[in-house]
Structure formats: structure tokens, C-alpha cells
Design a protein around this ligand. Structure first.
Ligand SMILES: [Zn+2]
Ligand SMILES: [Zn+2]
Length: 352
């Protein structure tokens, strides 16, 4: 075991502040990573404040962060994928049982025994896992990703959650050339979704509630932008979408989007509204529409996503902050006051 500096919260109402945490010594398959940047995901805030207590109660202290990019500083004796000095990344998972059907199929995110990057049981140290708001992390190489060298580490970090969360459903539902795709919500997830859908060759329509995001959505790669409050604009697209990616995590009317699907079209939820959404049966029956959901992606697909982003030069739009501004960033996140993801410069931890 060794000590690492981190930022943690001691309770649901406490702000995040500096702390010392234990990290394990390397096993033969582990790598140690010096964390350079960590994105701030909305899940970090939900978990820090125990807002998902019903299905995933938070164990305190919590060290959030699952959009990690860093530099390999040590490798275990059996490690084959990495060498010291490599740029590497860690996303939402750090382990799984490797034996279940999901693991065998390479979709570890659906493993019943998946170990999340933070707030999961830590089988090595007997405590809970601590995430990326920290100077270093030790992870089995199977759950560590390679980062294309042309990508900027600060803006590549959010790809590890926001990127794979949007890439996986776009790929699963066959988004590409000749397909019309809607992206609902231009925020942390949605702005990456627009870039990816565009790079995959689809005709992309961005849906936003705020007209002032119109120019931005076009710049991100949307072919058209619809202000969803405008019923006329919505009506023009009725029955025309092959696929709609809904990234909104607040309660909203999905029936108006289901009505925009073409025959056999699918709407996939990747945001997690706190209350059940009402679905009108006729919005599904009429055009044999599907309503579905998707959760991050497996390790192989996460690597595929990073390589795709490397080829197409895709990263998130980030505002880089020092760790000392993380509490302020959480408040701004609640007001959607960021374009479009915070990325913490972990070098700022050294002044703690
Ligand atoms: Zn996340
Ligand atoms: Zn498994």
C-alpha cells in the first residue's frame, strides 16, 4: 500500500476537500498511472451527494472521477499492453468477474460483478474504490485504455464516460451514412454525441431547448438544429428519424421525440431522469418504434471509440480547472454553466 493525495467528500452535504487515500501495491497485472486530467461527470455529483441512494448508496469518504487520462509510471511483471511513460486512460470500470456471459462477450458494463472506478467494493484493500480526483491510481491492465497520441489529454478525458456512452448506442443501432440521427440535449454527453454521429457519416439534427446553442451545435457538426420548444420546427421532422439519442437527465416529454421516428426507428435513453417517464403507447405502436437504453460500453469498444476519435480528431470541449475549484464547478454544472465539460488539471493537487 502507498498513500496518494486525493479530493474527497466526507458526507452527502460536505464539500470536496484534500485527503490522503491508500492505493494498493501493484499485482503482476496492474499498472500505476499518474493522473494528468480527470473530467467531471454528472454522476460524480450525484454520487458525492448520495442522490442515487436507492440503487447505489454512497460509502463515505468518496473520491469521485471516472474520466481519467494519465501517464503510466509503473507496470506489473506480467503486464503486456503498456510500458512506463505511455499515455493511458481509465473509464467507469476497473474490474469485473471475467467469467460471466457479459464478460465473455466483451460487454463488461453488464457484468453483475463489475467493479466501478469509485464507490464499489475494493477487493484488494477491503474498502471502496476511489476514483480519479487523485494523483494516481492502480488498475489491472485489462481495464486500462490506450490514448491516441494526437489527442489533447485534457479534452480526451471526458471521452472515457461521455464519449463511450454516446458512441456505443450509435454503433449498436447502426448509425452511419444514409441515416438521419437526432441528438437530444447539447450538454456534456450530447455535444460529444453530435461530433461522433457526424464523424460516422450520419445526417445529424441537434435538439436543444435554448436557441442560443444553435450556432454551437452547427459548429460541433450538426447539419440542422431544432429548438424543441418550437412545435412547428418539431413537426417538420415528424416520422423521419432512424435513430434518436436522448441525453437529457431531467424529466422531459419523450413522446414528442418518439413521434419523430421513422418506421422501425429507435429512441435510446442515455441520461437518467430521476422519475419514470410517461410513454404514450400510440407513440410506439404506429411506426413499430422502439424505446431503449444504453450504458457506457465494454473495454474493447471503449478502445475502438478512442481509436475512432484519434482518426477523426475528436475530443470534448472542455474548461480546464484546478481541483480547488471542484465545488464551484459542481454548482455551475447544476446550472448547465459549462461548455461542455470540466476537466480537472491534476497537477493542481501538488499545491495541497
Ligand atoms: Zn460518467
Ligand atoms: Zn462478468
Amino acid at each position: 500500500m502507498y498513500n496518494a493525495i486525493a479530493y474527497s467528500a466526507a458526507s452527502a452535504t460536505a464539500p470536496l476537500g484534500p485527503a490522503t487515500i491508500a492505493r494498493r501495491d501493484l499485482t503482476e497485472h496492474d499498472v500505476q498511472i499518474e493522473i494528468l486530467f480527470c473530467g467531471i461527470c454528472h454522476s460524480d455529483l450525484h454520487s458525492a451527494r448520495n442522490e442515487w441512494s436507492e440503487f447505489s448508496p454512497t460509502a463515505y469518504p468518496i473520491v469521485p472521477g471516472h474520466e481519467i487520462v494519465g501517464r503510466i509510471t509503473k507496470v506489473g511483471s506480467a503486464v503486456t499492453k503498456f510500458r512506463t511513460g505511455d499515455l493511458a486512460a481509465v473509464g467507469c470500470m476497473v474490474d469485473s468477474d471475467r467469467t460471466c456471459n457479459a464478460c465473455k462477450d466483451g460487454i463488461e458494463q453488464f457484468c453483475p460483478n463489475a467493479i466501478l472506478t469509485y464507490n464499489s467494493p475494493d477487493v484488494h484493500l477491503g474498502s471502496v474504490t476511489y476514483g480519479g480526483y487523485s494523483e494516481s491510481i492502480v488498475v489491472d491492465e485489462h481495464f486500462v485504455l490506450r490514448v491516441p497520441s494526437n489527442l489533447d489529454p485534457a479534452s480526451a478525458a471526458p471521452l472515457l464516460c461521455a464519449g463511450i456512452t454516446t458512441y456505443s448506442p450509435l454503433r449498436h443501432w447502426g448509425v452511419g451514412k444514409g441515416k438521419k440521427v437526432g441528438v437530444v440535449g447539447i450538454g456534456g454527453l450530447g455535444h460529444v454525441g453530435v461530433k461522433l454521429a457526424h464523424a460516422l457519416g450520419a445526417h445529424v439534427v441537434a435538439f436543444t431547448t435554448s436557441a442560443d446553442k444553435k450556432d454551437d451545435a452547427l459548429r460541433l457538426g450538426a447539419d440542422e438544429v431544432v429548438v424543441s420548444r418550437n412545435a412547428n420546427e418539431m413537426e417538420k421532422h415528424a416520422g423521419s428519424f432512424n435513430f434518436i439519442l436522448d441525453t437529457v437527465s431531467a424529466t422531459h416529454d419523450i413522446n414528442s421525440y418518439l413521434a419523430l421516428l421513422a418506421r422501425d426507428g429507435t429512441l435510446t435513453l442515455v441520461g437518467a431522469p430521476p422519475k419514470p417517464l410517461a410513454v404514450a403507447a400510440f407513440a410506439l405502436i404506429g411506426g413499430r418504434h422502439s424505446l431503449s437504453g444504453s450504458s457506457i460500453g465494454g473495454i474493447a469498444e471503449t478502445q475502438e471509440m478512442l481509436d475512432f476519435c484519434g482518426e477523426h480528431n475528436i475530443t470534448a470541449d472542455v474548461e480546464v480547472i484546478p481541483i480547488q475549484k471542484v465545488n464551484e464547478a459542481y454548482e455551475r454544472l447544476l446550472k448547465s454553466d459549462v461548455k461542455y465539460r470540466f476537466s480537472i488539471d491534476m497537477a493542481s493537487l501538488r499545491s495541497e
